[in-house]
Ligand binder design. Structure first.
Ligand code: C2E
Ligand code: MG
Ligand code: MG
Ligand code: MG
Length: 291
């Protein structure tokens, strides 16, 4: 590591620089290069299961970056950089194209469309977004309702701007989910105004609910409000069977989390799609509802 022993201050200085502005600048430059080098950015897919019968219901595409020096980086490291640097729309386009291509591959192999959700940064939403998405769907021949776009409400522009940008997609049948619900400035009133399709309950309100009545009351309220608005609910961060039981009791229809499956590669989804129906929540024991 850095310099030599006995020069601790220098070492600390370097470390601070590397983890701060210099690191961001370097990754920004590297990301611009990666966006033109196919293969460095890739997707993994986290399955979402139906709580009632444990069946695979859809998948969420999650981007990863195989950095030539730093190894595989999680989105928390580079998505904020892409948002700040204005490369986020390019990143989205690549994630969308890759995941629609994999989805087409699953369809070709199984005869079944597996709905795919792609994260869309609110910061990139503009008048060109709809054209880009519609062109990508046309390119793979994907039924538009087999795609969901997940948006967090944090950092969203004016609701009217958002609705204008998403209008052509919604009319085509693309589904919209509010991601990380409960963590941002999102209110149910605003979600109601948008008339979106899915509420993803953030894991803050999910993990540990079986031993936290305050939290389970909040989750209960979120599920009820979503249903009152005609929206479906997906619980994020389900990492133990007891929490899943509570969600089942609350009537939450879908669940995603490490208990059920970590994100996997495209072949992993193909395996899941081919296997027998999974154990239902009702049958789930303390050892979990899945592998
Ligand atoms: P998200 O959309 O809320 O995605 C769920 C995150 O929670 C994923 O982390 C997933 O691996 C993780 N997760 C799933 N199950 C569990 C669990 O049981 N416990 C815990 N502790 N975590 C769980 P990941 O892949 O690191 O993604 C983090 C965030 O990065 C995502 O949150 C999303 O906001 C963003 N992101 C990922 N891919 C993209 C992308 O292509 N574009 C944009 N704009 N953002 C993305
Ligand atoms: Mg998401
Ligand atoms: Mg989420
Ligand atoms: Mg979340």
């Amino acid at each position: 590591q850095a310099k030599a022993a006995g020069r601790g201050r220098m070492v600390r200085f370097d470390a601070d620089l590397r983890s701060g502005a210099a690191q961001r600048l370097r990754l920004d430059a590297d990301l611009r290069r990666a966006l033109t080098h196919p293969g460095e950015l890739f997707c993994v897919y986290q399955p979402v299961f139906r709580v009632g019968d444990g069946q695979l219901s859809s998948v969420e595409a999650l981007v990863r970056w195989r950095h030539p020096v730093d190894g595989v980086l999680p989105p928390a490291v580079f998505v904020p950089i892409a948002e700040a640097a204005g490369t986020i729309a390019q990143l989205f386009a690549q994630v969308l194209e890759q995941s629609l291509a994999e989805q087409r591959g699953w369809y070709n192999r199984t005869g079944r469309w597996i709905p795919v959700a792609v994260n869309l940064s609110p910061r990139q939403l503009d008048a060109s977004t709809a054209d880009l998405v519609l062109a990508a769907l046309a390119g793979t021949g994907t039924p538009p309702d087999m795609l969901t776009l997940e948006l967090t409400e944090t950092g969203l522009a004016e609701p009217s701007t958002v609705d204008a940008a998403l209008g052509p997609l919604r009319r085509a049948g693309v589904r919209i989910a509010v991601d990380d619900f409960g963590t941002g400035y999102s209110s149910m009133a605003r979600v109601a105004d948008h008339g979106w399709d899915v509420v993803k309950i953030d894991r803050t309100f999910v993990t540990g609910i079986h031993r936290d009545t305050a939290r389970s009351s909040l989750a209960d309220a979120m599920v009820k409000m979503a249903h009152a608005l005609g929206m479906e609910t997906v619980a994020e961060g389900v990492d133990n069977a007891a929490d899943l039981q509570v969600l089942s009791r609350l009537g939450c229809e879908y669940a995603q989390g490490y208990l059920l499956s970590h994100p996997v590669d495209a072949d992993g989804i193909l395996e899941l799609a081919d296997v027998e129906p999974r154990e239902s929540v009702e049958l789930a024991s303390g050892s979990g509802a899945g592998r």
